[in-house]
Design a protein around this ligand. Structure first.
Ligand code: ADP
Length: 372
């Protein structure tokens, strides 16, 4: 949009008509004061400014424009009554593009100048936009790179921990075999197996993440017995966490529709997190019930809880609540994988939590394919 500033209405009208005839959008102002107000509110591509105006004259307007960072680059074409104004023009305003035309205005020359400045403005605007996009892209990539570095260091640490334990247990196992102490040998073997299992889960999670990134996580959906699956899963978790009481507070025999193995993965994640993040309380409550065509599944713990402002981030990739991240091992992959699985089952899911009192992680699974 071009802003034409002139105190004479007839000049304004004829310039406006002339420029509009050549397809330029035009706005007008009949005084310097009115022009300044408009310039601060709207983004103009070019200003055509009469030098001689009562009140604020053209030079004063130009000086004011050059003082604001938002407007200082708007090109100006001065309309001056005589050639001697030229010196003032070049002196007074040097930040944006500048030119002048003497009155009476030669329409062809004015049009030529307007076209040049307008094209320049369009090009500058495009360049600025490209520059902004590039800046954002660079920042985004840098943040991703930093996150990746951080992840590699956490992942290496997480993988090294069970490996170091395995090495230690194998040495102890070797010694107990030399001493022919089979009972002790069995104990170390079981511990080695537990660490191998931990390693296996970590690697499976890493593989799942790369599958999600590549859009290659496959689902084999069918009708399955949810209660049966839940019971089996709880049994397995109880074996490795005998000190925890995992209580089914509400359960119904129910057939669900989905990928049984992946849904089991979510259940395991919810329950093992409930255990991991409840070092003081040893009770976990499980609920599964149906309501209006959906299976509701909830895991409640009485552990450390999650501060309200952090809850919405829990299902993001590699997110871990900072305050607890040094106290508990983990890589922030589990809930992200759960989110992908649940999204692909068209589930609603989330967390309700009070810091210091505990959390309830839940999902709501459509019971049949028809509910999608
Ligand atoms: P990880 O446990 O390996 O860090 P998750 O993706 O399973 O990764 O969990 C992400 C984060 O969510 C955890 O680091 C923890 O801060 C928080 N969180 C998950 N479950 C619970 C829970 N039951 N109670 C409190 N915080 C939890």
């Amino acid at each position: 949009m071009i802003l034409v500033i002139d105190d004479k209405t007839e000049n304004l009208i004829s310039l406006k008509k002339f420029l509009e005839l050549h397809k330029f959008p035009v706005d007008v102002a009949s005084s310097g004061e009115e022009a300044l107000k408009k310039i601060l509110r709207f983004p103009y591509a070019l200003i055509i400014l009469d030098v001689q105006m009562p009140g604020m004259d053209g030079f004063e307007v130009a000086e004011a424009i050059s003082g604001y960072s938002k407007t200082k680059d708007i090109p100006i074409i001065f309309l001056s009554a005589n050639n001697t104004d030229k010196d003032f023009i070049t002196k007074g305003y040097d930040s944006g593009g500048i030119d002048y035309i003497t009155k009476p205005v030669d329409a062809d020359i004015l049009l030529l100048k307007v076209k040049t400045f307008y094209r320049l403005y369009e090009q500058t605007r495009e360049l600025t936009e490209i520059q902004e996009t590039l800046k954002e892209e660079i920042e985004f990539r840098k943040a991703a790179e930093d996150k990746k570095d951080e992840f590699i260091s956490i992942a290496s640490h997480e993988l090294k921990t069970p490996l170091t334990s395995i090495k230690g247990y194998l040495q102890l196992l070797e010694r107990s075999i030399e001493n022919e102490d089979h009972a002790l040998g069995k104990k170390y073997l079981a511990r080695t197996q537990a660490q191998v299992e931990k390693l296996r889960y970590l690697i499976a999670d890493l593989l799942d993440i790369s599958k999600i990134e590549a859009g290659k996580m496959k689902f084999n959906k069918k009708i399955f017995d949810f209660e049966q699956l839940l019971d089996n899963t709880i049994d397995i978790i109880r074996q490795t966490n005998p000190e925890y009481q995992i209580l089914k507070k509400r359960a119904e025999p129910v057939k669900a529709y989905g990928d049984e193995v992946r849904i089991e993965q979510v259940i395991i994640n919810y329950i093992t997190n409930a255990i991991k993040y409840s070092p003081e309380s040893k009770e976990i409550h499980i609920e599964s019930f149906t309501n209006e065509g959906f299976l509701h599944f909830r895991v409640k713990d009485f552990g450390i809880g999650v501060p309200k402002e952090k809850q919405h981030q829990l299902f993001q990739k590699f997110y871990r609540v900072e305050d607890s991240s040094t106290r508990f091992q983990g890589m922030g992959m589990g809930l992200y994988i759960c989110a992908e699985i649940l999204n692909r089952h068209h589930c609603e899911f989330g967390v309700e939590s009070i810091e210091g009192q505990g959390s309830t992680f839940f999902f709501k699974l459509p019971l049949t394919a028809n509910n999608y």
